[in-house]
Design a protein around this ligand. Structure first.
Ligand SMILES: Nc1ncnc2c1ncn2[C@@H]1O[C@H](COP(=O)(O)OP(=O)(O)OP(=O)(O)O)[C@@H](O)[C@H]1O
Length: 446
């Protein structure tokens, strides 16, 4: 008996090869022949195969933990017959890159998602379950965690607005839950998943696509096709045929003001920027999608969004706070790849906007007097900026009455010239600045 099985294996293979060459081949009945070593070779190869299999599995786990990339959960999870969704793998929630959820509303959203994933039916059009996107490191650059552990539930009939600074991860998020089409650069999640009308984006994107409308930031149009031809093409992709297709195209052209004056039969290349934008919106709404993803880019098509909202879920990304506030039922602030707060515009302003914004312009000689005046009005007032005589302060609402501010300004006007002044309530821009500032502060502490 050999003490070292590897040696035994090589000797076996040698004898085995010799046997094949010299004896003119090997047959199953030769298995019991103690001379040829075939039996030992097969046993040792099977054992080695098992050992290597377990070793490779172990190395794979260690490597994926080390790189922080969570293992994709939904594809491998079993379907719970009682659940509308594929059940999540809770182990995934301990991923190294998991979002730090310190905001009550973000925690609440995660709890809502957890609950929805165990329900047998849902009124929620979109449910994101620990969605994550990591771009691999390239050319010496480290990997980029663009979206981290995102939980979000958007019900039917809601317009959910996503706000955030450049590079916050908005586009990566939108790309994951819309068409995964490499031609227009849309992408697959690294881990986690999202469900659209209960269908998993990882496995059912084709079905989801027929119920989805996407209006990207850039107009993806063919210059030589007319508006009508664009709509006919996309309508067919949405499985519309015959009179249903013709009717949908006409309605779409009319609702976006592209029907009259022969506009619909002009080539898109001859359209103005506004007309191109309207055509992109029409394309994204053809086929009556159940959910709509829209990146707004100075198009002011607010009435279209208001109307579209009635019977579908909308995810809107925009840089316009005014638009977000006007159109969205709830807003999510994205900073550094995760949602930092979620709420309706009024709630957010009440939570983050406990102060008035007081702006005043005088000559530079009177800046100090203005500062003293504000200090007198509210000892904890905070100066936001000062530039050539213009100063901006945040004054806590709890410390000041509007009438006191008016009175103080009137007194100041009797002493020196006040070129302009204003007192404003918190707007979404102030909320946005506060959330971003808080995130930066908490990041610098960790
Ligand atoms: N293909 C990629 N490879 C590597 N990093 C990427 C890739 N795409 C985006 N990123 C990085 O991921 C982060 C998030 O980018 P993303 O475009 O999603 O942000 P955004 O909020 O949409 O920004 P913007 O408002 O400017 O469009 C950024 O730091 C960006 O540089």
């Amino acid at each position: 008996m050999e003490l070292y099985p590897g040696f035994s294996l090589y000797r076996g293979i040698y004898e085995f090869a010799q046997y094949i060459i010299l004896e003119g081949g090997m047959r199953w009945e030769d298995l019991n022949d103690s001379e040829n070593g075939m039996k030992e070779v097969l046993i040792i190869m099977s054992l080695e195969w098992l050992v290597v299999l377990f070793a490779a599995y172990g190395i794979d786990i260690v490597v994926s933990l080390g790189s922080g990339v969570g293992r994709r959960q939904s594809q491998n999870s079993r379907k719970n017959p009682l659940s509308f969704f594929w059940k999540p793998n809770l182990q995934n929630k301990d991923s190294r890159h998991h979002v730090q959820m310190d905001n009550a509303d973000v925690i609440q959203e995660r709890e809502k998602v957890d609950q929805l994933l165990h329900e047998s039916s849902t009124s929620h059009a979109i449910v994101c379950d620990n969605l994550q996107k990591i771009y691999p490191g390239r050319d010496g650059n480290p990997e980029k965690l663009a979206v981290q552990g995102l939980y979000l539930a958007v019900p039917q009939g809601e317009c959910f607005g996503i706000l955030g600074p450049n590079g916050a991860g908005k586009t990566s998020f939108i790309s994951m839950i819309s068409i995964q089409n490499s031609m227009i650069g849309l992408i697959k999640p690294t881990s986690g998943t999202a469900f659209v009308q209960g269908l998993d984006i990882q496995t059912h994107m084709d079905q989801i696509y027929t119920n989805m409308g996407v209006c990207p930031q850039d107009d993806l149009l063919w210059e030589t096709l007319t508006g009508r031809e664009h709509l006919l093409f996309y309508g067919r992709l949405k499985n519309l045929r015959g009179s249903a297709l013709t009717q949908a195209v006409e309605e779409s052209l009319k609702s976006l003001n592209l029907f009259h004056g022969g506009v619909s039969d002009k080539q898109a290349g001859k359209y103005s920027g506004g007309m191109k934008r309207r055509l992109s919106v029409a394309i994204s709404l053809i086929g009556d999608p159940k959910y709509w993803i829209r990146s707004s880019f100075k198009d002011n098509l607010w009435s279209v969004v208001k109307k579209a909202k009635q019977d579908r879920a909308i995810i809107l990304t925009t840089h316009s706070m005014e638009e977000a506030e006007f159109l969205c039922d709830r807003l999510g602030f994205f900073v550094d790849g995760s949602l930092r707060c979620i709420g309706n515009p009024k709630e957010l302003k009440a939570r983050y906007g406990g102060s008035y914004v007081f702006t005043i312009t005088t000559s530079s000689d009177h800046e100090e007097e203005v500062e003293n005046m504000v200090q007198h009005l509210s000892p904890s007032a905070n100066k936001v900026y000062q530039l050539s005589g213009t100063q901006k302060f945040e004054i806590p609402k709890s410390e000041v009455r509007i009438a006191d501010v008016f009175q103080a300004v009137e007194i100041a006007k009797s002493k020196f010239t006040v070129f302009a002044w204003g007192l404003a309530d918190t707007n979404m821009e102030d909320v946005f600045i506060k959330v971003s500032r808080e995130t930066l502060q908490s990041n610098s502490l960790t």
